[in-house]
Design a binder for this molecule. Structure first.
Ligand SMILES: [Zn+2]
Ligand SMILES: [Zn+2]
Length: 157
């Protein structure tokens, strides 16, 4: 679980100031704790926005970067799976997502999996579901979903 960093002037501190961590229960996966509702500015699409170092990013992405301790690589977004609330920025409710979905080589996803009991997509990382992938710890259920998606795409062609 995240804690508020001590440096008040840091961007992480500014981010936490705009978050209500006592939001409603997650509507899809209540076991992942309450929603953290963004009280700052939102875009026309209904998602929170956060300004940092002269750049605007989504509030959910900034939260994920705090949880991860580093910036998400270019091209990543955060997709919610535990709830359907656009203003929710609880890192536990979303997963970093990249269009290529190359999960076997995804260092970010592997790092999350290594330190959690459930994968970035919310599957329980039981002994049977936990697999070794080139990037580290992988999730069998995720890989299966990606393979199903790929097969669908191939059939469409
Ligand atoms: Zn949520
Ligand atoms: Zn998974």
């Amino acid at each position: 679980m995240l804690s508020v960093p001590s440096g008040v002037a840091s961007w992480e501190g500014r981010w936490f100031e705009r978050v209500d961590v006592h939001g409603p229960e997650a509507d899809r996966h209540p076991e992942f704790g309450p929603c953290w509702l963004w009280t700052g500015r939102a875009g026309a699409d209904g998602y929170g926005r956060f300004d940092r170092a002269g750049e605007t990013t989504t509030a959910a992405r900034a939260g994920w970067e705090i949880a991860l301790g580093e910036q998400l690589p270019k091209g990543y977004g955060v997709r919610r799976y535990a709830c359907t609330r656009r203003l929710c920025v609880n890192p536990e409710h979303g997963r970093p997502w990249i269009a290529s979905e190359d999960i076997d080589n995804d260092r970010i996803l592997a790092r999350w999996n290594a330190t959690h009991d459930y994968c970035v997509a919310g599957h329980a990382l039981t002994h049977e579901n936990r697999i070794t992938i080139p990037a580290g710890v992988g999730c069998r259920a995720c890989r299966h979903e990606v393979e199903v998606e790929r097969a669908k795409r191939r059939r469409r062609r």
